[in-house]
Design a protein around this ligand. Sequence first.
Ligand SMILES: C[S@@+](CC[C@H](N)C(=O)[O-])C[C@H]1O[C@@H](n2cnc3c(N)ncnc32)[C@H](O)[C@@H]1O
Length: 205
Amino acid sequence: MNHYFTNQDLKSEIRVLKYSYGEYNFMFNSDLGVFSKDRIDLGSKTLVEAYFKHGRKNVKVLDVGSGYGFIGLTLAKIMNCQVDLIDVNSRAIHLAKMNSKKNNIKANVFLSDIYSNVKDKYDVIITNPPIKAGKKVYLKILNESFKYLNENGELWFVMRNNHGVKTIYKEMSNVVKTEILLKNKGFYVILAKICWHWSFKLLES
Ligand SMILES: C[S@@+](CC[C@H](N)C(=O)[O-])C[C@H]1O[C@@H](n2cnc3c(N)ncnc32)[C@H](O)[C@@H]1O
């Protein structure tokens, strides 16, 4: 089965998505073959707006599964974060690079299958994980995040309640300090604070 992140043979039909937050205005090029191509995803919007209210400014951030760059680029601009954006979908990477230029935002954007090309460590890993890629992929994104986080690093993610977020939250909070920061129309924003000597392994059911 072809998913938006594997189907690279599609023709191109660029469209422009607008987003505003306070005095900040963004325009994102989107295209066929990427996640939420016609509108900014409500889960991603809920996640970044929770970060704008509760997250740290001026920190180094990795956006895993960046798509066309909405999460990482808005954090770079509004929270003055130094951002790296990764995705397995080369069209998404191309768009994220275009969008960083289009919005005049500095970002390091590169192709990576989960963390395969990630060399650095970060203060924050943020993700709207690819549920459609399957449990193995999205649990690996969460499970292995602590390897790429600095001491006192934070994992931020958003997930729908019907995608098992409550179980993940429960398992995570047995091991690391975890909170539900926000619930919006079925989307949960979760923040896990990873103490350097702790790690976790969420179990596949
Ligand atoms: C739910 S979408 C979120 C996209 C983007 N962050 C947004 O807010 O619009 C998940 C993203 O994960 C990417 N993805 C899927 N499998 C991946 C993998 N193995 N490694 C890295 N990214 C992956 C998809 O291509 C997709 O862009």
